[in-house]
Design a binder for this molecule. Sequence first.
Ligand code: MRU
Length: 367
Amino acid sequence: MKVGDTAFRSIWVESATGEVRIIDQRWLPHEFRVVSLKTLDEFATAIRDMWVRGAPLIGATAAYGMAIEMARDPSDASLDHAWEVLHETRPTAINLRWALDDMRGLLSPLAPAARADAAIRRAHAVADEDVETNRRIGLHGLEIIREIARSKPKGEPVNILTHCNAGWLATVDWGTATSPMYQAVEAGLDIHVWVDETRPRNQGAQLTAWEMNSHGISHRLIVDNAGGHMMQHGQVDMVIVGTDRTTASGDVCNKIGTYLKALAARDNDVPFYVALPSSTIDWTVNDGVREIPIEERDDGEVTKVFGKLDDGSVASVQISPDGTRGANPAFDVTPARLVTGLITERGVAEASREGLLKLFPERRTAA
Ligand code: MRU
């Protein structure tokens, strides 16, 4: 996607130096900082401390991290070590394990001397495939938006509510939840996006709003608790969110607060869609509430907020009394029964085992 006049992906390799570069998302929207990741530890830190975040981008970053480590030491021990170090960075997004298993599956049978080259080529492929997958998700989602647009009075936009950032910054490009929005704008449809701020880290306020702003998409930022009220008053035509892990039965794990939006949507007959690449489906898990590990993050993310001060500097500010501790579960699970449809690269699936298997029949024996 374009930032100013320059086209960016969220992760890329600088051709002159071979260095892997990322946008350090901790500083957006206030500063656009690009950093190079050079060692396995730097890759692990970038994922753990959320310089990069969002399930598909976490996966692509891990793939590049493994490739960089293979260039340094392609031994079996190093391959296993890289898998472990990267895997323990964040527990919920399944794309991390998907990418690491994919890389190890490819590299293990190869002679060490052949690994570095194969690893960087596969990491590039993981990134490129993510871009194409998300483009396709956007085209399938576009048809849903088009259908809703047909039912609206002439001159009224389709109002879409989204939570967290499942935008191009959360993937390699296009985003998942935002891809249908970008496609809709390109197709000339009139849309308006309600952006949930998404406490505690405010990925909506900081990242989704930045994306919408940079791309000239009509949007308003709302507090996390506003969505239900707006649905009751007919101000939301549909919800589209992303996911960090979707079970084989269609339960959706996503940023904390997603479940409450799904409940409000059901109570108000607002369609609730989840956009995801198939790498986000965990075919080994059925019961999302009981089986998906939910990341607990530092309570300082709750007791403080990060932003720009009046003097223009960026800083974090404590909002609660000294001594009050926060609790910070980073994700929740929306049961499949509350999900209208899963927008994948192969089409829109009903949120159920059968629905998913219809689109991914090759999983029938494994599931
Ligand atoms: O904690 P984060 O910022 O990594 O959480 C991101 C989300 O919850 C996204 O909605 C999800 O990863 C889907 S990204 C296409």
